[in-house]
Every structure is written in structure tokens, then in C-alpha cells.
Design a binder for this molecule. Structure first.
Ligand code: PAF
Length: 287
């Protein structure tokens, strides 16, 4: 496994693999790798002959400086995980490499980046879209892997690849959960044990949405109220949103469609958490 901070070195390794007609996969991450990430990496290793994992904590996508500073950065553990999983190249650049002094260009994905996460975290998707375009331009993969847990993020990335004609296939891998339902997130290590219990309410709200639809309830407003009741009755949880949306557009429709997803977000002790649940097969992660 090669670990590098250098754009030129990544480009050379990728160019050599491309000359050998190897399929190139990229797994962009901010490190603090958990089982959600290892699933992405395993998929990449299975599908591709050269796998590049990027480790970069991207400050512009953090709206809260405290969140950025306390974001976990266990570099040695992450490198060991990548090595164990058979990653070929780890690209772990510093800030100056990704954002050379004087750089002014950003990527704005428009309205899709301004709702839900974008509403609660202004400029978050500007930061995500800009760094993802940079990382895809540097690693030039055939395919890139993202987690379904960041549901809006993967939609934003699919949209920007389409809009900007980026020749990369986007694969979304399913959310991984702990036995209590909590979706794996790099931020979970910041939760004290009592806060962790509070956080499981997010998954229960999603289950309420699923149960409502499975029971044939057609009143989406009533189901949304039940989701919010679950969260608002949990002391210690600050709710940002809890709703059911169209899985392609994130619009809150009143009609039950074949492609819907329940989405929730909130904070526990200042740690922001998001989760979602596809409510039928058409909104499940695409292979
Ligand atoms: O999902 C993440 O870890 C980050 O948002 C990403 C896609 C690596 C961009 O920094």
C-alpha cells in the first residue's frame, strides 16, 4: 500500500493502472474509519483493480469550528485498516494541497444543496461538492463509493457528476448499524454512553415511519407527526428535522409514492447526527 500526500504521485499511480486497463475505484473519506467505511472499501476492492482511499478532514464543509476541531483523526488506525483491507493507495493530503493558496473556485449545486442539511448547515454542500470534485479530479476513478447514510450527500454528488459531465460511476452502499439501531458515524465516538442511548431515538423515529407505511397508513402528515413525537419526547435530543421525502428530489409530498425515504437529523450534547431509512425498494441504495 502506498500512502501519499502528493497529487502528482496519485496521478502517476492511477495513470500506470489505467495503462494496464485496470478498473480504478476511489473511496473518499474524512478518516475515522468505521464499519460503514470498511463496507465501502470492501466493495471497491471487490470491484476494482486499483483502490484509492482518500483521508481528508475538509474544513469548508463544517459549519461549526468546534465540530471540525473535535472531529476524530486516528490516522495510524485508519492506515492499518486500509492496509488490512487491501487498499492500494491512500491519499492523505494536507490543507494546502487540496486548497492551494489563492484558490477561489467553489462548486454550488443549487437548490438541492440548500434544503435539509444545507438549510441547517449553510455552505455544507458547497464544501462537500467542491472537495469531491477536487478529489475525483485528482484520483480520476472509474467508480467512486459513498455511504447511503449521507443520503442527501450522495444525491448531491450524483447531481454534480451529471451536471458537470464527470465520467465517474457513483455507487452508494447501505448504512451499517449497531445492534441498538444507531447508524455508524465517525461522530459516535464523541457520545457519552447516556447520550448514545438518547441517539437511538433517531432510528426509532425512522422505524415509526416504516411501520406506518407497512400498516397501510396513507396520511403522510400523520406519520411525520409520529416521527417528530418520538424525537421530541426524547430528553436530550435537539431535533432539526424528521420527515418523509421523495428519494430522488427530497420533496415532501403528501402522496405515497414508490420511491420515498424517511430522514431525520438532530443533535445530542452538541454532536450532530443524521440518519435515513428507504421506505421501499426503489429508494434503496443503487448497486
Ligand atoms: O462523507 C464524507 O466523509 C465526506 O463528506 C466526503 C464525501 C469525504 C467529503 O469530504
Amino acid at each position: 500500500m502506498r500512502t501519499t500526500e502528493s497529487v502528482e504521485e496519485v496521478r502517476e499511480l492511477v495513470a500506470a493502472a489505467r495503462r494496464d486497463s485496470r478498473r480504478i475505484g476511489c473511496v473518499p473519506t474524512m478518516g475515522a474509519l468505521h464499519r460503514g467505511h470498511t463496507n465501502l472499501i470492501r466493495s471497491a476492492v471487490e470491484d476494482c483493480q486499483l483502490v484509492v482511499v482518500t483521508l481528508f478532514v475538509n474544513s469548508p464543509q463544517f459549519d461549526d469550528p468546534d465540530d471540525f476541531h473535535r472531529y476524530p483523526r486516528p490516522l495510524e488506525d485508519d492506515l492499518a485498516t486500509c492496509q488490512e483491507l487491501g487498499v492500494d493507495v491512500v491519499f492523505a493530503p494536507d490543507d494546502q494541497t487540496v486548497y492551494p493558496p489563492g484558490g477561489q473556485t467553489t462548486i454550488d449545486v443549487g437548490p438541492l444543496g440548500q434544503i435539509f442539511e444545507g438549510h441547517h448547515r449553510p455552505d455544507h454542500f458547497l464544501g462537500v461538492a467542491t472537495v469531491v470534485v477536487k478529489l475525483l479530479n485528482i484520483t480520476t476513478p472509474d467508480v467512486a463509493y459513498f455511504g447511503h447514510k449521507d443520503f442527501q450527500q450522495q444525491l448531491v454528488i450524483r447531481r454534480l457528476c451529471r451536471d458537470l459531465h464527470l465520467p465517474v460511476e457513483i455507487v452508494t452502499c447501505p448504512t451499517v448499524r449497531d445492534p441498538d439501531g444507531l447508524a455508524l458515524s465517525s461522530r459516535n465516538v464523541l457520545l457519552a454512553s447516556d447520550q448514545r442511548i438518547v441517539a437511538t431515538s433517531l432510528f426509532r423515529a425512522l422505524e415509526r415511519a416504516e411501520a406506518g407505511l407497512n400498516n397501510g397508513e396513507g396520511d403522510l402528515q400523520a406519520i411525520r407527526r409520529k416521527m417528530r413525537d418520538e424525537l421530541e419526547s426524547t430528553p436530550g435530543l435537539d431535533v432539526d428535522y424528521a420527515t418523509i421525502v421523495d428519494a430522488g428530489t427530497l420533496e415532501e409530498t403528501d402522496e405515497v409514492t414508490k420511491s420515498m425515504v424517511a430522514i431525520v437529523a438532530g443533535s445530542v450534547g452538541g454532536v450532530r447526527l443524521i440518519d435515513n431509512l428507504p421506505l421501499n425498494t426503489e429508494s434503496a441504495p443503487r448497486p
